[in-house]
Design a protein. Sequence first.
Length: 94
Amino acid sequence: AEWPPMDDDDEIEDVERPRLRFEVGQRVACRVGPDPVTGWATGSVVMLWYREPTWPANSWAPYKIELDDGRNIFAPGDVDQIIRAIDNGPIAGD
């Protein structure tokens, strides 16, 4: 899938977006730094299909996440290299 999904239509409701892996409230680990081992932080998904007002029409990030340290970030793609489920194991790189 193309991230963020783009459509020439100005109507947000008309944009068909891919199905996402996580739901609002789900605990996740997010890539927040360049190091593949230590560059992860845990948090909770707070919004699906997030967008900033200044982004081009129909540009979206799959997730907005509130990290455990209180920061709010967005995941620009729905892939394990950016956001993944927490499975009670280490959150370091594979």
